[in-house]
Design a protein around this ligand. Structure first.
Ligand SMILES: [Fe+2]
Length: 239
């Protein structure tokens, strides 16, 4: 019990220190990994997801903030409005085992179901919509693994809109094959951005959030910041 408490306090301190460093633009050089997993969904499941996008149109929550101009659907609303098997697949052991095998992260798991960021849908469309270089905040004591599963990348460019900078130089990914690929990275360490959309371009992704230790911080400042992000992106009520 004592060792559990010590581990917890040490992790709280490390997270606090990490978030402070993040705000200064300092990230850990040993956490700059990313993975691209092609054909993340079986073809029939991927087609189900695309079909459902057409009926989800009314549910987008639009945001016009300093962060971005696009739209999103939070995990809870998405599940409530879904009639399809594709979300079940994403939440299945089969999918998690596939991701663990592809990455070698054997203790990877979803963040708790109460967290709207566990699974959400993001829409980028219209000239200028995107999100500039940043690292994410984190409210979990374990490693934060952000997953971006691209459903649609309807752009006129040859490179995917998502860019990562694991180190000094940004990395672009070819647009060919990016649809139905899962890009997994340490979102709170690897700088990333979505290049601005051009007129008539559209991009829809499922954003997934994993960790290897789904213990939420007790730090009120970090929890308040996350609550603000959720409110802006998904219209979640703020406590
Ligand atoms: Fe991000």
């Amino acid at each position: 019990m004592i060792s559990g408490l010590i581990k917890r306090v040490a992790a709280e301190w490390a997270l606090h220190h990490h978030n402070k460093q993040n705000r200064r633009g300092v990230v850990s050089p040993d956490a700059q990994e990313y993975f691209v997993i092609p054909e993340a969904l079986p073809p029939a499941v991927f087609q189900e997801a695309l079909k459902e996008l057409e009926v989800l149109n009314a549910n987008w929550v639009r945001s016009h903030t300093e962060w971005r101009q696009g739209a999103a659907i939070g995990g809870h609303e998405l599940r409530a409005g879904s009639q399809s098997i594709w979300l079940d697949y994403l939440m299945s052991d089969d999918f998690l085992i596939k991701v663990r095998r592809a990455t070698g992260i054997n203790d990877l798991q979803y963040v708790p179901v109460a967290d709207t960021n566990r699974l959400s849908l993001l829409l980028y469309e219209g000239a200028g919509d995107g999100i500039d270089w940043h690292v994410d905040g984190s409210i979990y004591l374990g490693q934060r693994w952000a997953g971006i599963l691209v459903l649609l990348e309807e752009t006129s460019e040859t490179q995917a809109k998502l860019e990562l900078a694991p180190g000094e130089e940004p990395v672009t990914l070819p647009k060919a094959g990016i649809e139905n690929s899962l890009v997994l990275f340490r979102g709170d360490h690897v700088r990333h951005r979505v290049r601005p959309m051009r007129e008539d371009e559209r991009r829809v992704v499922v954003s997934l959030l994993f960790t290897n230790w789904p213990q939420r911080t007790m730090n009120p400042f970090l929890l308040r910041y996350q609550s603000r992000v959720n409110s802006v992106f998904y219209n979640n009520p703020r406590p």
